[in-house]
Ligand binder design. Sequence first.
Ligand code: ADP
Length: 350
Amino acid sequence: MILLDHVTKLYPTDPRPALDEVSLHIDPGEFAFMVGKSGAGKSTVIKMITKEENPTSGNITVGGIDLKYVKKRYIPHYRRRLGVVFQDFKLLPDRTVFENVAFALEIAGFSSKEIKNTIPKVLEIVELSDKAKKFPSALSGGEIQRVAIARAVARQPKILIADEPTANLDVLTKSEIINLLQRINDSGTTVLVTTHDENVVNNLRKRVITIKDGRIVADQKDGGVYRLDRASAEAKAKAETLEKLRAVGAVQDRAERIIHTAEEQNLASPKPSLFASDRPAPKRRVRRTKTVAETPLYSIRPTKSKKVAPIVTTSKDPFAAPTVSRKAPRTSSSPAAKPAKVLKPKGGVI
Ligand code: ADP
């Protein structure tokens, strides 16, 4: 069991904490990936567990041991309980594969007999039995990594920590190394692997702890995937969309303000428009007709003007009193169609 409880680590030369209140719990027998960009704090977490560095604040317990009570002289003894695969392998170049693994057992206090018995079994696990007598310079990258893993697991530690174990390896070799770590985990060893290899993490679907700027930002307990780049890409896209929306909003606001001002101005003095249909119709003088309401009651029905027959005289005597007769108006059927001569009285009063 690995337990980090509100662990903060401040390096003297760095004002920013390498770890900021990190709390983490890894159960015995678990396989967990720790992912994060360079400088996120992964190595510092490992250094906390191996007691290479001490936390500025917070508590760390590994395999039931509270690390603040492990005195300096007991640190090598404590570390023997852990298997650590370092990024730079730390193989001894002048020693064979067998001797490199043997060295790790020697410093752990194994006897020559135990070493001779143990190494063939370990080399078999990492599938390097036929390379026992080779020097590191004669090995491929994947083989070197397997020697480093053999050395870390030779003492059969309860916890195996691998720092970027697949870095600089081709795809096939990466998968061999991960399969090897999986086999070691299957035997009951707790495995913690730091990596920023998205494919490795996504293929295995294990627990994935994501660390960013010294903080754990995600902890996917099962079936985890590498979210770091995706998460930052999503955050970036979201920020860009928000920025665009804000810009559109500002343009809309401005447009609305312009329209509003234009409307106010138009109300005050209409401007001529390019389009005839937009122009106001010219004012025409409309003949005012009386409405029914205005029309006096008595003239609601306009009366037809009667044609009045002219006054005609029948006497030839110009001084005779005119015989007034009213002739019916001429009609087309009447024989007296030709009107009679109208006599006007001459001079003076009649
Ligand atoms: P990672 O392993 O994720 O790349 P590290 O744990 O190495 O990240 O580093 C985390 C932060 O701590 C970084 O900002 C790094 O510069 C800083 N740091 C690491 N080791 C030291 C140190 N010995 N002294 C000062 N700062 C350090």
